[in-house]
Design a protein around this ligand. Sequence first.
Ligand code: HEC
Length: 192
Amino acid sequence: MPPSIHATYRLKAETSNIMKRITLLIITIGALGGVVALTVRASRSAYQEGTPSYVTEIPEGYREWRFISVAHEEANLNSFASVLGNDIAIKAYREGQLPFPEGAIIAALHYKFVPSAENNKAFGRDQSFVAGAPTNIQFMIKDSKKYTATGGWGFGHFNNDGKKVDDAFMKTCFPCHQKIKERDLVFTRYAP
Ligand code: HEC
């Protein structure tokens, strides 16, 4: 075999080797892509099938929102709640719009329910209770696409001491709020 032919042959052999490797690479990438796509699809469908999803970030500016009402709970909570709404929530409340529109956010700012010695002194008897140390903030965010599994509302709970709440605790929000389905899961009425 003349050297030139030999060289050509070797070149052909190498080319076909490279082609084989490229084909293998394409198959590998394709397979990997398939696995990734399947994984994404699997996690999405799990999400849609009812995995609860929680609000993980405190909405910005909530302390500037407007007053909806207050609530006091006794027993072990012994708390005061100040319920505030963003503009979308306030508008919906005032217009009696149900269900609440997308983007509505309701915040419940919780404080300890404490007697005020200072105020009682002024009254001359024990009758004053005020907001003590903040304990936690809860949010309900309306986003029907994101929170399909929990009635279109995302529930969030943030402890004042920064302690994270566990899944078991977060799973209690939706079932209880579902008891007020006729008002789109919102208990608090607008205080004029
Ligand atoms: C056992 C029932 C129950 C559970 C569990 C519960 N809530 Fe509530 N929630 C209420 C009631 C009743 C109110 C009305 C005001 C009040 O008494 O504090 C309320 C009020 C609220 C409000 C003000 C808007 C509204 O619906 O009145 C927010 C926000 C809120 N809850 C968030 C949460 C979050 C977040 C969780 C889970 C961590 C949660 N709730 C768990 C019963 C519940």
